[in-house]
Design a protein around this ligand. Structure first.
Ligand code: HOZ
Length: 430
């Protein structure tokens, strides 16, 4: 882009002191080429870069900003909390208030522990499941991403997939030797592995709607099989709802699909844009965590006063306003518009949507697992991404990520996005 001089020079400066110039690889434009833009501020459905360009934002900080940037209730809650202190290392009442909101909303959660990121949440949930069952084996699904936890960074989605490194050096073989991989939606594979080693399986972890190989929708049979096999074999079913929690329904994917896991991990929306994660589930399992039980997990900043203020404000607005039906309708309109345009232009594609999460795949097959997602035309996606960026639409900078629609996206925004998509796809088709 011609109008990105400041971003380019800030990126060069950042690269001198930050690996790759970014603090998370998913931001690096590694899958699409070019230079990441540097953001100055966000307001509602927009953010503005340091060159003065405005973008309609479809990443919402990779999920948290369902209410848009700088929502007044969230800003007020953080501002009111700030003068009283930023961290105490001792309990505060807001931690209980946020826990009560979560317990009330999420069907599987009777008790919840706050941590500082989604990665911490999944890492801790795995340890808890192993401690609770006294077993070691973890089942995960190719293309699901559960943060950069050693034992789970095997055929992981998100940045690990975008950058072509599904596994990572630096992880001793011992860390992953008890991690068994299956294809998402593979009921037969799941039944077979439970048939063979069911008594060794501590837990099965999955994104109940995948967001990290693009959006992949679970089949009802898959979710039912997960629930019944885990119950039958005494294994812990963990829904990683870091992305889907308070996103695809107030009570997450488990509310939407009516399938209740044993443990749930949360992040993103639950912190309203501040660094937060959480894991929770049945009291009987959660009470195995220290200080009640023997499984150790701790954190200096866990339940942080600003983060809990932000999370409480966000959940209260969502609870009071129930934006979910309107969000879904708006997203549906956008997704079917994109589908129609691409069909008209003869561009091989498929779409996936659950609630306000969606992906437009440059792949003619319905993407139901990792093997199919790996066939996405990433070169075509790069052209699409840059065409949209040049038209002021900020999409995830990878074909293997979810797009997020928020409450502030207007009908005009949806139309503007479709207009930009038409122009971009016409260029690609010509
Ligand atoms: N879970 C986020 C979206 N895949 C990752 C964002 C990041 O790694 O920065």
């Amino acid at each position: 882009m011609d109008n990105s001089k400041k971003s380019q020079s800030e990126f060069e400066r950042a690269c001198n002191v930050i690996p790759g110039g970014v603090n998370s690889p998913a931001r690096a434009f590694g899958g699409v080429g070019g230079t990441p833009i540097f953001i100055e501020r966000g307001e509602k459905q927009y953010f503005y870069d340091i060159d003065g360009n405005r973008y309609l934002d479809y990443i919402g900080s990779w999920g948290p900003h369902i209410l848009g940037h700088s929502h007044p209730a969230v800003v007020k809650a953080i501002a009111e909390a700030l003068p009283s202190g930023t961290s105490f290392g001792a309990p505060t009442v807001r931690e209980t208030e946020l826990a009560e909101l979560i317990v009330d909303a999420v069907p599987s959660i009777e008790k919840v522990r706050m941590v500082n990121s989604g990665t911490e949440a999944t890492m801790s949930a795995i340890r808890l499941a192993r401690g609770y069952t006294g077993r070691d084996v973890v089942i995960k699904f190719s293309g699901c991403y559960h943060g950069h936890v050693d034992s789970l960074l095997v055929q992981a989605g998100s940045g690990a997939l975008t950058l072509g490194t599904p596994s990572s050096p630096g992880i001793p073989a011992g860390c992953t030797s008890d991690t068994h991989l299956l294809e998402y939606n593979d009921v037969a594979g799941l039944s077979e592995v439970f048939g063979n080693i069911g008594d060794q399986i501590a837990c099965v972890i999955l994104e109940p709607v995948v967001g990290n190989m693009g959006v992949v929708v679970p089949t009802p049979e898959f979710l039912q099989a997960l629930r019944s096999l885990c119950s039958e074999h005494g294994s812990v079913l963990i829904f990683d709802e870091v992305m889907t929690g308070f996103r695809v329904a107030f009570g997450g994917a488990q509310e939407r699909f009516g399938v209740t896991p044993d443990l749930t991990t949360l992040g993103k929306i639950v912190g309203g844009g501040l660094p937060v994660g959480a894991y929770g589930g049945r009291a009987e399992i959660m009470d195995v965590i220290s200080p009640v039980g023997p499984v150790y997990q701790a954190g200096t900043l866990s339940g942080n006063p600003l983060a809990t203020a932000s999370g409480i404000a966000t959940l209260k607005v969502l609870k009071e306003t129930n934006p979910y039906p309107a969000l879904e309708e708006k997203t549906q309109r956008l997704v079917s518009g994109l589908d129609n345009i691409a069909t008209e232009l003869g561009i091989p594609h498929s779409v996936a949507q659950v609630g306000s999460m969606f992906t437009f795949f440059f792949n003619s097959e319905t993407v139901s697992n990792f093997t199919i997602s790996a066939k996405n035309d990433t070169e075509m996606f790069s052209r699409y991404f840059h065409g949209m960026l040049n038209r002021g639409i900020y999409l995830p900078c990878s074909q293997f990520e979810a797009n997020f629609v928020g409450v502030e996206h207007t009908d005009d925004d949806i139309q503007a996005t479709l207009d930009a998509a038409r122009e971009t796809l016409e260029e690609i088709a010509s």
